[in-house]
Design a protein around this ligand. Structure first.
Ligand code: SAM
Length: 238
């Protein structure tokens, strides 16, 4: 996993109370960094126990700023700060129809479900069968029974539940796949790490009647998108 140093696997030692305290401390840190502003996203991050979405051997590192390995090929749960980093510029809010490409652990889908509420919708697509199964078990155990989990190529979106108000692509690609733009409402936003100049730029796209407007936000480092829209990130596996 080039680019990140994965901490050594070990038997978990922390209590639920310790995790809860680390979660509250992380939220305060994200606010202090200016990464977290919205009350709904803050409440969602406080509501979802991230440690319950992480394999036991990495659980003690749940609130450290490092992506952690998951069952599957090159699958990871992103760093804690990734979630407000994506959801704040998206303006993810109550009632939104949200599509996530790259379910990973299911944690991002759970946080999104807390934000959009029962009147919204969360659909999440994962290409790796082992990772998909891991997320399915995590979300079921955590009580998120109405998140639509799809095993497939998220580059193709999920037209059955389109259109979406917001789309997050959590793996790096050369450009936002055309089917995802097609499945986005006019006025809707999508966010993705785009491979540019041998690095990755987190890019926010807004769909307008006359086309899409792009805004580069910051440099990031994510696993490469697989499937029909793979390309552009072959040299970067994290
Ligand atoms: C950074 S991880 C996602 C983290 C996840 N959002 C979470 O909260 O744990 C990226 C994920 O994208 C998945 N992925 C890669 N290409 C994909 C594709 N074409 N369609 C769906 N998932 C894909 C990987 O298997 C990996 O699980």
């Amino acid at each position: 996993m080039a680019g990140w140093i994965v901490p050594p696997p070990k038997t978990p030692t922390k209590s639920p109370a310790q995790y809860a305290e680390e979660r509250r401390r992380k939220v305060r840190w994200l606010e202090a960094q200016g990464l977290l502003e919205s009350e709904r996203i803050k409440a969602a991050l406080l509501a979802v126990p991230r440690e319950n979405f992480i394999p036991a051997e990495y659980r003690d590192y749940s609130y450290e700023e490092v992506p952690l390995p998951l069952p599957g090929v090159s699958a990871t749960i992103s760093c804690p700060h990734s979630y407000p980093l994506f959801y704040e510029p998206l303006g993810l809010d109550r009632g939104h129809r949200f599509l996530e490409v790259g379910t990973g652990s299911g944690y991002g889908a759970a946080v999104a479900r807390e934000v959009v509420g029962a009147e919204g919708l969360v659909v999440s697509v994962e290409i790796d069968p082992l990772t998909h199964e891991f997320a399915k078990q995590n979300l079921k155990r955590a009580g998120y029974t109405d998140v639509v989990l799809v095993l497939g190529d998220g580059g193709l979106g999920y037209p059955q539940a389109a259109p979406y108000d917001r789309i997050a692509i959590t793996a790096a690609c050369a450009d936002i796949p055309a089917p995802l733009i097609a499945q986005l409402n006019v006025g809707g936003r999508a966010i993705a790490p785009l491979v540019e100049n041998e690095g990755q730029n987190l890019t926010l796209v807004t769909k307008q009647p006359e086309g899409v407007r792009r805004e580069t936000l910051c440099q990031v480092l994510y696993v490469a998108l697989r499937g029909a829209y793979a390309g552009g990130a072959e040299s970067v596996d994290r």
